[in-house]
Design a protein around this ligand. Structure first.
Ligand code: NDP
Length: 333
């Protein structure tokens, strides 16, 4: 991480691929710890929020200028002196540094994973990882969905939104979904959304006026689209505030329709997935990887290869150029 971005995070300026530091894997002292070889890294929208002035407080810790960016990822243990961490084990962590190898002293915060033989590791940072958990856990905790109701899902072609669409359909809801390209619109239809549109070429408020009112609003974007959802909400609608990407790079816009919260008796709840994991992790791993492997729940990935592509992948996610879960494959096993 080279510099705090002014707006979009530009590879070569904000992030740089640094090849100057090397370690001798066999000689590096472990002092009771272990070495992980990075296999797969996840690239997610929240990373932009970590590229901030450290004085600004938020739920996530800021990246440190001069140190590697970090994030969700999967690695395999290649050397170990740790009594509980055997060589060959696969680990999933939320704070894996974006580098080829990492020496760790403790296994705290790591999950040891057993892979479904039909799924690649990349899925375990996507539909069977943090974004999948975000959809599954947020939906279970906050949607209070009833059969026959109408849901509106934003960024519906992305890893979180596409899972939410499918969970809503499984619960018998009618789903309206939006995304930012014709190709993404087509994909949302393929995974079962009933009404789909491109929010860049179609006015969201017009669609919601025609197809609403909405009982559940899944917000990944904030801004004007949240405002339109407030305007076209049903009585007692539930708003699940998952993210507000429209403001991450350019600042947040004002909301005009907040008065609907009391006029329509709305419930508006935000959440952070890590705080729901203790409650739902067991159920998630027991059901979702199998549903993905069998094809009952569909997912798609935007895979790039090599650590040097991370900076570009971070930018592409902020620009909406990723089609599916953005993942970087750093090494084969
Ligand atoms: P995606 O891979 O779907 O990437 C984000 C998408 O947002 C882009 O592809 C783009 O798609 C869309 N987007 C970008 N700018 C705008 C804009 N100005 N207005 C509307 N849409 C825009 O991301 P994820 O599925 O991983 O994440 C979706 C949301 O969930 C994010 O807001 C993220 O921060 C949030 N999140 C929250 C978590 C929590 O614990 N609360 C955990 C994980 C994610 P398009 O082409 O459609 O514009």
């Amino acid at each position: 991480f080279a510099a705090i971005p002014k707006d979009y995070p530009i590879p070569g300026e904000t992030t740089v691929y640094d090849t100057t530091q090397t370690i001798d894997l066999d000689a590096v002292p472990l002092n009771g710890g272990f070495i992980i070889k990075t296999l797969v890294l996840s690239v997610d929208p929240y990373m932009r929020g970590r590229m901030r002035d450290p004085e600004i407080k938020s739920y996530s810790t800021p990246f440190k200028v001069g140190a590697p960016t970090t994030g969700y990822g999967i690695g395999v243990v290649v050397r170990s002196e740790h009594p509980d961490v055997a060589v060959g084990k696969y680990v999933y962590g939320g704070e894996l540094p974006h580098q080829e190898y990492t020496v760790l002293s403790s296994a705290e915060g790591l999950v040891f994973l057993e892979k479904d033989p039909e799924l690649p590791w990349t899925v375990y940072v996507g539909a069977a990882g943090m974004p999948g958990k975000t959809a599954f856990m947020g939906w279970k905790e906050l949607a209070h969905a009833k059969k026959g109701e109408t849901a509106f899902v934003t960024t519906g072609a992305g890893p979180v939104g596409s899972m939410v669409i499918q969970l809503a359909k499984r619960d018998g809801l009618r789903v309206i979904a939006s995304a930012g390209s014709e190709e993404k619109v087509k994909y949302m239809k393929e995974i079962g959304a009933d009404v789909v549109f491109n929010y860049k070429t179609t006015d969201t408020a017009e669609v919601l006026a025609r197809e609403g009112p909405i009982d559940v609003y899944w917000d990944n974007v904030g801004g004007d689209i949240l405002d339109a959802a407030l305007e076209h909400s049903a009585l007692y609608a539930r708003f699940v505030i998952c993210g507000m990407i429209s403001g991450y790079n350019t600042g947040h816009t004002g909301i005009k329709n907040m008065h609907q919260t009391f006029s329509r008796s709305l419930s508006i709840n935000g959440f952070i997935v890590s705080r729901l994991e203790p409650k739902y992790d067991t159920e998630f791993y027991a059901t979702i990887p199998r549903a993905l492997a069998s094809g009952e729940i569909k997912y798609r990935e935007d895979v790039s290869n090599g650590l040097e592509t991370v900076g570009d992948a971070i930018l592409r996610v902020q620009q909406g150029k990723n089609t599916g879960k953005a993942v970087v494959v750093v090494a084969e096993e």
